[in-house]
Design a protein around this ligand. Structure first.
Ligand code: FPP
Ligand code: ZN
Length: 333
């Protein structure tokens, strides 16, 4: 019924192991369910969904479980002449999908194929991203309509650094903006004065890590705020007084990892919480035990287990949320 490495986990009952093969089959099945309403209701997330599913498969040690050519064909069909990507063919370009597209292309080592599909494709993507920087404040919009958020600033830094094109933007000005989003508790919000939220902590600390400016972070204070996100049931919440959710295993733990304080939470209790969110029969993980699974929580749950060094998983990079060997290959170039 279950599969998984077993090494170091011998004392756990079988149902609390990671059901690797079930998760692989769950992710493979996502694209074959086109007759279900849910498939079409989530069309606005398609490129994000592909990044989540594909990355989870890489971390699970099954990188070839989805067809490389089919993935790239879909990704390139979402690319506009402007250099931005939409969520699906015909959708408007947006930073969130452009970042997922760059992450997928990087993971598949497919920048040559990108150039074959669009002349000077890498630079066009970089310039489209750079065009969204607000020259007055240093932050970034998500698209031409101008909503601004530190998520988009982080997406810009992540994508540009993977392509070696960070010099297309004003890094110092963006860093100043991130620094202006810090609150009295040491954590960060979407914009100056906005409430602290661990998703936003991930994006702000991630951007500062890429910029080499972790010296600006009050690491003791932030580490304390992040470690207080763990609840009695082992799960992590995103803000004080909120309920636990598997995706916060990622937003909180990755931030702790970037400031070298991952040991400030109870990893064993969190591992048990995440494993308890699996559908042991059909695969996939949900936000909390007993809920419906989805590919978003499946990906962030597995990425969280990778940070927790769950046996048999490939190592995830806490900043890029991609396999660590892929990130190292890209940054060396
Ligand atoms: C919480 O979302 C999460 C965030 C605000 C962070 C989102 C980060 C990105 C989109 C950056 C890209 C990410 C990666 C991994 C490359 P929520 O709206 O679910 O918050 P809620 O739980 O408070 O509703
Ligand atoms: Zn969630």
């Amino acid at each position: 019924l279950v599969s998984g490495p077993g090494r170091g986990m011998a004392s756990l009952p079988a149902e609390t192991r990671l059901v690797v093969d079930k998760h692989v089959r769950y992710i493979q099945s996502l694209d074959t369910r086109k007759d279900e309403l849910e498939y079409w209701l989530t069309e606005h997330l398609r490129l994000n969904g592909l990044y989540w599913g594909m990355t989870a498969l890489h971390l699970l040690g099954h990188p070839d479980a989805l067809p490389r050519e089919g993935i790239l064909k879909f990704v390139f069909s979402c690319l506009h002449e402007s250099g931005g990507f939409g969520a699906a063919p015909g959708h408007d370009a947006h930073m969130l999908y452009t970042c997922s597209a760059v992450q997928i292309i990087a993971t598949l080592d497919a920048f040559d194929e990108l150039e074959a599909h669009m002349e000077d494709g890498r630079r066009k993507i970089g310039q489209w991203i750079a065009s969204l920087q607000d020259t007055a404040t240093g932050t970034f919009a998500g698209d031409e309509w101008g909503e601004k958020d530190t998520r988009f600033l982080f997406n810009a830094f992540l994508s540009l650094s993977l392509m070696g094109l960070l010099d297309l933007v004003n890094v110092d000005k963006a860093v100043q903006h991130v620094n202006s989003c810090v609150n009295f508790d040491g954590a960060y919000g979407t914009s100056p004065g906005a409430e602290s939220h661990s998703g936003q902590v991930y994006t702000c600390v991630g951007a500062l890590t890429i910029a080499g400016r972790l010296d600006l972070v009050n690491q003791e204070k932030l580490g304390a705020w992040l470690s207080e996100r763990q609840l009695k049931n082992g799960g992590l919440n995103g803000r004080p007084e909120k309920t636990e959710d598997v995706c916060y295993s990622w937003w909180v733990m990755s931030s702790l990892a970037m400031i070298n304080k991952l040991h400030w939470i109870d990893g064993e209790k969190l591992t048990a919480f995440i494993l308890g969110c699996q559908d042991p029969d059909l695969g996939g993980l949900s936000d909390r035990p007993g809920d419906m699974v989805d590919v978003f929580h499946t990906h962030f749950g597995i990425a969280g287990l990778s940070l927790l060094k769950y046996p048999g998983l490939a190592e995830v990079d806490p900043v890029y949320c991609m396999p660590r060997d892929v990130v190292q290959r890209c940054l060396r170039k």
